[in-house]
Write a protein that binds this ligand. Structure first.
Ligand SMILES: *Cc1c(COP(=O)(O)O)cnc(C)c1O
Length: 360
């Protein structure tokens, strides 16, 4: 049985070479006589794995020394609470609502303080990024929050909001390591790795050191205090060891591909093939404002639900899987993360063209 072209939004496609390497090391990791899954997280061997993963990520993203890198667990969704618990000192923060993940983070923050809607694109089903050049940010806000790439709707902030001096917190789950990022523009970046980097169960947090403190909201669990993990180099308790090991391999794969500049070029090339076709097609069309299009998640529709379903079914049979749009929006969505090869997108477009010819 061969591998399919997997357009899943997450958990998603991983580089085949990484999977092969992991398979080779499954029973005996580099002469240790055991799998990484069976290894103590306090062992020297594992210490090497997690330290190397962090070092490679720092190299890839050019992370300054005054930022901590943490490997956490609980899903990106747990961070919706971790963020206010750790950063909402004045119990007030601004949120930009560009989709469901941003909305969920906003609703979670409301449990802990005053979460203010600064801007929203809900009026047009989140098909664009609102103008964030002059937001109603007040002095007492602790941070401004964005979901940088909107996995479900397929939009991306190509210009970061003017936060008027407030720190920016960004959920980068679905664009993490897809392009170079200037880390200094953020107070905190976080990402669930199952979209672009590794197996579900790991979240990477990159946070400016001065934002980590004991001054958290009352009642914050020890495990949700970022200082707990920062003080213990992500080894306060048992981390998701195997997941971090795979992330480390993906970091190396990206370094071997030429780093984030090369990754961006690769992703732009892939996305262009698909968007160019969508723009010329008489059957399919993209659902997002052109200037806000994501390079990672590409939603599209035929305008006819039955035809959408027929397309998804026939595509699946042809080996292009997980193209069904999110259950809340319908249509189709092709997630074309880092590890999706160019041929995957080229062949998908060929298939779409044929489908268009026979269903015109
Ligand atoms: C998938 C996703 C999440 C939720 O991740 P979980 O790990 O399932 O909690 C949050 N934000 C974004 C942008 C996502 O794509």
């Amino acid at each position: 049985m061969g591998r399919v072209y997997n357009f899943s939004a997450g958990p998603a496609v991983l580089p085949e070479s990484v999977l092969r390497e992991a398979a080779e090391e499954m029973l005996d990791y580099k002469g240790s006589g055991m799998s990484v899954m069976e290894m103590s997280h306090r062992s020297k061997v594992y210490d090497g794995i997690i330290k190397e993963a962090e070092a490679d990520l720092r190299k890839l993203m050019n992370i300054p020394d005054n930022y901590k890198v943490l490997f956490l667990q609980g899903g990106a969704s747990l961070l919706f609470a971790t963020v206010p618990m750790n950063l909402m000192k004045n119990k007030k923060a601004g949120y930009i609502l560009t989709g469901q993940w941003a909305k969920k983070a906003y609703q979670e923050a409301k449990i802990y303080g005053e979460a203010v809607e600064l801007a929203s694109s809900a009026d047009e089903t989140f098909s664009y990024i609102p103008d964030c050049s002059d937001l109603p940010i007040t002095d007492d806000m602790d941070y401004v929050y964005i979901c940088e790439n909107n996995t479900i709707y397929g939009t991306k902030f190509w210009t970061l909001p003017d936060t008027k001096g407030k720190i920016l917190v960004a959920d980068q789950s679905s664009c993490f390591l897809s392009e170079p990022v200037d880390v200094t523009k953020y107070g905190m970046i976080y990402a669930g790795v199952q979209k672009n980097v590794g197996p579900a169960g790991v979240q990477v947090v990159i946070i400016r050191e001065d934002l980590i403190s004991d001054d958290v909201l009352p009642g914050t669990p020890t495990m949700m205090k970022l200082k707990t993990h920062a003080d213990n180099d992500s080894l306060y308790n048992t981390p998701p060891c195997y997941g971090i090991y795979i992330c480390g391999k993906v970091f190396k794969w990206i370094l071997d591909m030429g780093g984030l500049e090369a990754m961006k070029a690769h992703n732009e090339k892939k996305a262009k093939i698909l968007y160019d076709y969508l723009d010329s097609s008489k059957l399919f069309k993209g659902t997002v404002r052109k200037e806000d299009r994501s390079l990672m998640n590409v939603p599209f529709v035929t305008g006819n639900e039955e035809l959408d379903a027929k397309f998804v079914k026939e595509a699946t049979e042809a080996g292009f899987v997980n193209l069904k749009g999110h259950r809340t929006v319908g249509g189709m969505r092709a997630s074309i993360y880092n590890a999706m090869p160019i041929e995957g997108v080229e062949k998908l477009v060929e298939f779409m063209k044929k489908f268009e010819e026979t269903n015109a």
